[in-house]
Each structure stands twice: as C-alpha cells, then as structure tokens.
Design a protein. Structure first.
Length: 149
C-alpha cells in the first residue's frame, strides 16, 4: 500500500504499477450491481454485441484502476488520513476489457500546488493510463485530488 512517507511527488514523475487479472465472475458481479447491460452480464448477449464477447463495464475498469492506484501506485494516498478526490476530466475508454485481461497503470504528475486549506497537502493532477497485457491502452483520465506533501 502507498504511504505518504514513500517519496515526494514532482511534476513530470511517471510511475508504472499494478497487475490486476480480470475474471469472468468479477465482470458479471460488478455488472449485476452497477451496470446491468446484457453484454456485461451474459456471454451469449455479449457475442451478439459489438464487443463479440463478455466485456467489463467501463465503470468497472475505473474501479480496478482505483484499486491498483491505492494499493500499488505512487504515494498519492496517505493511508492514515485517506486520499481526497476532487474530480476527473477527460475520461476515455479506448478498448474493451475482457475476462483474462491483465491490467496495469501508469500515472504522470501534471501539476502540483499547495492547498492552503489543509497544511501538508497539495492539489495534484495526474494523467492516468490503463493498459492491458498487450501494452494496449484501454482507458485514460486526468484525476485531481489532494495528496500529502
């Protein structure tokens, strides 16, 4: 898990991290709860869709990215105080995520400035990219949040 003491974040820093194996059961479980579209729930329905096979929800891809970021990413989350998200811009899903894909992430710090309301915290913008096991980019977004100095 990342912690505030690991290192300082600097504009331009790029980190590659994470390894999440996506399973069929995980895709269906997430979709059942949060995005119950047929091509996320049934292999038969997915076969008749533009995906051609069972595909993870884009929102599931976001959730997997967040899990990797908190557990394995750069020190953006203070495990004692928690991270504070301020928003996301430019969310894009470039390719479907399928069962048996293995996802990883890359973050780049694009801006950092002190946050006067909370001493010891900075407002940081990260460009985050998610890749499958073939090195193909499947998602990207720019996250804005508060991170320990």
């Amino acid at each position: 898990m990342s912690s505030a003491g690991d290192s300082k974040l600097t504009v331009g820093d790029t980190h590659r991290f994470g390894s999440h194996h996506v399973t069929r059961d995980e895709i269906i479980s997430f979709a059942t709860l949060y995005d119950p579209q047929p091509f996320h729930l049934s292999e038969e329905a997915a076969a008749a869709s533009p995906f051609g096979r069972l595909a993870a929800s884009g929102w599931h891809t976001c959730a997997m990215m967040m899990g990797m970021l908190v557990r394995e990413g750069p020190p953006v989350v203070d495990v004692e105080r928690g991270g504070i998200g301020l928003g996301a811009d430019g969310l894009r899903w470039m390719k479907p995520v399928y069962a048996d894909d293995v996802l990883s992430c890359e973050t780049t710090v694009v801006s950092k400035e002190p946050f006067a309301k909370l001493p010891g915290m900075s407002k940081v913008a990260f460009q985050i990219r998610v890749f499958n096991q073939h090195g193909e980019q499947v998602m990207e977004t720019r996250l804005l949040g508060l991170s320990p100095d």
